[in-house]
Design a protein around this ligand. Structure first.
Ligand code: 16G
Ligand code: MG
Length: 547
């Protein structure tokens, strides 16, 4: 007899009601799952739990992850998203099922839709299911994970509460859980396992190179602070001289989370967060509230703040790894590619294609798009300008690093460093802690300061503007968000505006996380970039109000 979860779901769902939205509005599983004010999320998280259980049953009872976080958003927000078995974002086809369940008007309709989904997707509700979850430091997380656990109980799903985690740690744990005991094992299924793997790979990748000076890390007063401090204990004494100063790591006062600090603040405000005065030129970096974004910067006594964003990290990684592949004698066997979004500074794209001679592919915004394209290369480097990204190595590439017989000590060295990077760099999702270690390794190998790194190319001046519009859904894009297909006529006006400026580029898109449009413009000078952005913003405003 098929197990009947219906009564249990019905009863549990009544305890976690959905907050109705105004007529005509609905909740949507967006680029970062469901993200909004925490007070709206309890019922949503319960229903996400139902879907995660279905997904596990659909995928041969593999563990599915659920992360409760609102990343760089203010403390009053929260969010919930599903992680697929290999630690990737939820398959896009399933986003609509999440949206469907969450928008059911009544508990009865919810149960009906849950069963219909199971039927439509040929899911055996008798099969075992497993879900693992974690949350960031937001106090609202408690209530949300208990709603989630209720959904898992109601559907007879096995679950593990991993408690406080960075988002990338949860992604790691999902993959580690599903590969445990197989030849593809990703590491021990524990937080300690994550630290051990990273610390060991870091030491191997450093190859006794010396790290210069202190690195100050702003942790956005989020989960990255305690987790980074914990990680540092795993670095074997005397093996590497990483000197980290952890700042903005106050997780006891929830209201300071992401407040005037963190990677998103640094990127959008283009200035340093409050940190104890670093030595002039000393390395600083910022993580965001769930530690999946990274920004580097330094403060120059004369010229002020200088930022190295996701595009810079991407080009640094591509250049270093490209050189290693060549030194390892694998240039003709391994295809390296870089994936960016339309927000990537044009100067970085030119540097990668013309100087590094590597292919660049542009995708729409959102990690899931970049990740999948990066997987089409043997080594796929992907970063968003906002500092989220990673480097993916194909199974063939990893095998080549381990099995190729070196013809010289230099080749051996390069192969070992590549193999270590394969373990150091999070293969599931962008991970600020792992990316930071990668950057430290590269700078140490190249014996570069941040200034040397910044010298590789000069960014084109650029400006990002947020535009309030009546209805952002009027705006449709094409060509990886670089052009508007709707409303008709808008793109022609943008093209005409762009033509008025030198080396200019501009695009507009509807945000996937807020009810607004975003306009990006770059041009040869700062004033031109500002002027163009304002001009395009006015065009969007006009079309957005239906005039
Ligand atoms: C989410 C995305 C991020 C993207 C941002 C764009 C993930 C995990 N996160 O934070 O990659 O850059 O949305 O926001 O995919 P927007 O659509 O509001 O511009
Ligand atoms: Mg984040």
């Amino acid at each position: 007899m098929a197990p009947n979860h219906d009564d249990k779901i019905l009863a549990a769902s009544k305890r976690h009601p959905i907050v109705p939205l105004e007529k005509g509005q609905f909740y949507k599983y967006g680029t970062a799952g469901f993200r909004m004010r925490a007070s709206l999320l309890e019922g949503i998280t319960f229903r996400v739990g139902l879907l995660a259980a279905l997904r596990s049953r659909k995928l041969n009872s593999q563990a599915i992850g659920v992360m409760v976080t609102a990343s760089h958003n203010p403390a009053a927000d929260n969010g919930v998203k599903i992680v697929d078995p290999m630690g990737e974002m939820l398959e896009q086809d399933w986003e609509k099922y999440a949206t469907g369940l969450v928008n059911c008007q009544s508990d009865e309709e919810l149960v009906k839709q849950y069963n219909e989904l199971a039927h439509q997707l040929k899911i055996d509700l008798k099969a075992p299911a497993k879900v693992i979850y974690g949350r960031d430091t937001r106090p609202s997380g408690h209530k949300l994970v208990s709603a989630l656990a209720d959904a898992l109980e109601a559907t007879d799903t096995e679950y593990v509460d991993h408690k406080l985690l960075t988002t990338p740690q949860l992604h790691y744990l999902v993959r580690a859980t599903n590969t445990e005991g197989t030849p593809l094992s990703y590491g021990k299924v524990s937080e300690a396992g994550y630290y051990e793997k990273l610390a060991h790979a870091f030491v191997r990748a450093m190859k006794n190179k010396k790290i210069d000076g202190t690195l100050t890390v702003d942790c956005a007063n989020g989960i990255g602070g305690p987790k980074l401090s914990e990680f540092l204990k795993y670095i074997p004494k005397g093996k590497v001289n990483l000197d980290v100063k952890v700042v903005n790591d106050d997780v006891l006062r929830p209201e300071v989370l992401n407040l005037d600090c963190g990677a998103d603040f640094v990127k959008t405000k283009q200035r340093a967060p409050p940190i104890p005065k670093p030595q002039p030129g000393a390395r600083c970096c910022s993580l965001d509230g769930d530690a999946d974004r990274l920004m580097y910067y330094w403060i120059d006594p004369e010229r002020g703040f200088f930022m190295l964003d996701g595009d810079r990290i991407s080009s640094l990684a591509a250049s270093f790894i490209g050189d290693l592949v060549e030194s390892a004698g694998l240039k003709h066997d391994i295809r390296i590619g870089v994936v960016q979004t339309a927000y990537a500074n044009g100067a970085s794209t030119n540097y990668i294609t013309q100087h590094l001679k590597l292919p660049v592919i542009c995708t729409p915004t959102g990690v899931k798009h970049l990740h999948h394209v990066a997987q089409s290369f043997d080594i796929g480097v992907y970063f968003e300008a906002n500092g989220h990204g990673t480097v993916l190595f194909s199974p063939d590439a990893l095998t080549a690093f381990k099995e190729k017989q070196p013809q010289s000590p230099a080749q051996k060295d390069a192969l070992e460093t590549l193999a270590a990077l394969g373990d150091l760099i999070n293969q599931t999702v962008g991970d600020a802690i792992s990316d930071m270690l990668m950057v430290e390794v590269i700078l140490a190998h190249k014996a570069w300061s941040l200034r040397d790194w910044a010298m590789t190319y000069s960014d084109l001046p650029n400006r990002l503007v947020r535009v309030e519009v009546g209805n952002k859904d009027l705006f449709h894009t094409t060509d990886a968000e670089r052009r508007l297909s709707h409303p008709e006529g808008a793109q022609q006006e943008i093209d005409d505006a762009v033509k008025k400026y030198k080396d200019a580029r501009s695009f507009a898109r509807a945000s996937g996380t807020e009810n607004a449009c975003r306009v990006y413009a770059e041009a040869a000078t700062r004033s031109e970039a500002n002027e163009l952005a304002e001009r395009v913003a006015r065009i969007i405003e006009r079309y957005g109000s239906g005039q």
